[in-house]
Ligand binder design. Structure first.
Ligand code: ZN
Length: 165
């Protein structure tokens, strides 16, 4: 009788070890049950031109409006989208651009933008943002910039001119 008893015992143990493994297997077969599906991931494509904004970290810009974040490949695209009445933006709560040298996100309203330098953005002529006026002045000297603009000085005409050959 004894050998049979031990055999039964070991079979029971084997069975107990197997059951958690098989439920893991079941979870792997249904990955959508845990975590977001691909369609729910944040879309970093530029809302103005469609280019993937995360491929241009030194130019990437964003704004928050209508309860969502809109990403742009460059300040130029962000300004063009913002001033286009067809964009349907209301209650823009936050505008961010990337500091050209530091590659950090900075508030657009506090940035200094250099116009007319020899560094083109992803879409051509652009405004190059800097966190400080001193950095903007360095960039002006290094890259033959034409002028430094604060956020308040950027008019729709200035943005429109960037797009003209
Ligand atoms: Zn763009």
């Amino acid at each position: 009788m004894k050998p049979f008893f031990y055999l039964g015992y070991w079979l029971l143990l084997a069975g107990a070890c197997q059951s958690p493994a098989s439920s893991d297997q079941a979870r792997q077969d249904h990955p959508s049950a845990a975590g977001p599906t691909k369609g729910q991931e944040e879309n970093y494509d530029c809302r103005h031109c469609g280019m993937p904004s995360d491929e241009f970290p030194e130019w990437q810009a964003s704004l928050v409006a209508n309860g969502q974040t809109y990403w742009f490949c460059s300040p130029r695209c962000m300004f063009l989208f913002r001033q286009n009445p067809k964009s349907g933006l209301t209650a823009v709560s936050r505008l961010e651009v990337s500091d050209y040298y530091e590659r950090k996100k900075i508030e657009a309203q506090k940035a200094y933008f250099v116009r007319g330098g020899d560094v083109p953005g992803p879409m051509g002529p652009d405004l190059v943002p800097h966190a400080t006026r001193a950095a903007a002045e360095d960039f002006m000297k290094e890259h033959q910039g034409k002028e430094i603009l604060t956020f308040a000085q950027i008019t729709p005409e200035i943005i429109q001119k960037l797009t003209q050959p």
